[in-house]
Design a protein around this ligand. Structure first.
Ligand code: TMP
Length: 397
């Protein structure tokens, strides 16, 4: 049974950056109520009413995974490790975005699946076989018919976007070779609880996974987990290594240890999530108090990154241009537009943070190391970052 523990109020679709002409929003905005539920049967944490994926993964999808140096490095490293460990002859990536993972493979070794047509076009143009579709059993059967069993299926920050996980895992079971491996990574609910990063909940993050929940869900599709990695990426992620029940892989000790830890942390109890929701309310109060105090002193505050995550914060906390003057973002097709819901203008960073800025809210807090390195001059002249994780605080030199 699913039970709601968190209400993040009315939220827009995070990927719908708005264009304005003559100061008038030209696109009518869609809002939905973002509430999050825990299912005591599967231990899965999910949005109680996900948005229709066809409204999200359109031909105007803004996010480009290749924009961040951290992510470029991370995909290079994981592809190298996967090739070394599993020696795949045929690999498939679900949610290939702009090809940030594909580029580490030879063109004939990898198949891409990407429902956002603008992104699928990019990888097709680069010469990768790309299916511009959602990952379904139907597509999986089509791929199996053409290419036989796959040795490796990989997905990063994709599976948690898909409402129907049974369909995803059944489709994996269909196209995976007997000893094939399915590796996927997504933000980890354990890290969200630890970091109080409630902004990990937005329309695209339909689920936040634990080892306990994924272990349960895979069973119905005759799949099992044999290894995991806990990662720093995106503020704390988990990577699952999955195989068919009948395959040769033995379960690593790490898996058993994490399962024990999750039980100890009570990730299988509703009350854990309810307590988290109280911490979220406190975080909102503290962030608003801090921003208002800074503003009263006449200081200039911007947002560093117009990330999807920050849309949850701005809309939940009701933060608009009265508190944050503008956001900078390196993603070209976000620049010149306005953040969804709160309509904060988005600019190109044009090098470093401008001289007249006193505070920068970390909209991209998961890249804090990379950002601090880039913005040494801002910190040297006394500039401060504002972060809400794990608690509301200022970050200086
Ligand atoms: P993400 O957490 O969903 O990847 O979003 C991070 C956003 O922040 C993305 O739009 C790119 C942006 N960004 C910057 O503007 N500057 C930076 O230095 C970094 C690392 C990210």
């Amino acid at each position: 049974m699913k039970k709601i523990f968190l209400n993040l109020l009315k939220q827009p679709i995070t990927n719908s950056y708005l264009s304005k002409i003559n100061n008038r929003v030209i696109k009518k905005e869609f809002f939905y109520n973002l509430s999050v539920a825990y299912d005591n049967k599967t231990h899965l944490v999910s949005l109680s009413k996900p948005v229709n994926p066809k409204m999200q993964f359109t031909d105007k999808y803004a996010h480009r995974a290749s924009q961040s140096i951290t992510m470029l490095k991370s995909f290079k490293k994981i592809s190298k490790n996967l090739k070394k460990r599993f020696k795949p002859k045929k690999t498939l990536e679900i949610g290939s975005n702009d090809g940030v993972f594909l580029k580490n493979f030879k063109k004939k070794e990898i198949i891409a699946v990407e429902p956002c047509l603008n992104l699928a076009k990019i990888t097709k143009k680069k010469g990768y076989l790309t299916y511009p579709e959602f990952w379904t059993k139907k597509l999986s059967k089509k791929i199996f018919k053409k290419h036989n069993g796959l040795d490796l299926i990989y997905a990063a920050n994709t599976i948690c976007h898909i409402p129907n996980l049974r369909e995803v895992f059944d489709a994996i079971s269909i196209s995976l070779d007997k000893n094939g491996v399915f590796v996927f990574e997504d933000p980890y609910i354990g890290a969200v609880l630890k970091m109080n990063s409630y902004d990990q909940f937005y329309d695209e993050h339909v689920h936040l996974f634990s080892l306990l929940s994924i272990s349960k869900l895979l069973k119905d599709s005759n799949l099992r987990i044999f290894d995991i990695d806990l990662l720093d990426t995106h503020g704390g992620s988990i990577r699952f290594y999955v195989c068919k029940n009948i395959s040769k892989f033995t379960v690593k000790e790490k898996v058993k240890l994490l399962k024990k830890k999750e039980i100890k942390q009570e990730l299988n109890k509703f009350k854990t999530y309810k307590k988290f929701s109280l911490r979220v309310k406190k975080s909102k109060k503290e962030l608003l108090t801090l921003l208002k105090k800074i503003k009263l002193k006449g200081k200039k505050v911007i947002s560093y990154g117009a990330s999807y995550k920050s849309a949850t914060i701005f809309n939940y906390c009701n933060i608009g241009t009265e508190l944050i003057e503008y956001a900078t973002d390196t993603t070209k097709n976000k620049q010149g537009k306005f953040t969804p819901g709160k309509h904060i203008p988005i600019r190109s960073p044009n090098g470093e943070i401008e001289d007249n800025v006193d505070y920068a809210f970390l909209g991209a807090w998961n890249f804090v190391k990379e950002i601090k390195k880039k913005e040494k001059n801002f910190l040297k002249r006394g500039g401060k970052f504002i972060s809400h994780v794990p608690n509301v605080k200022l970050i200086g030199l």
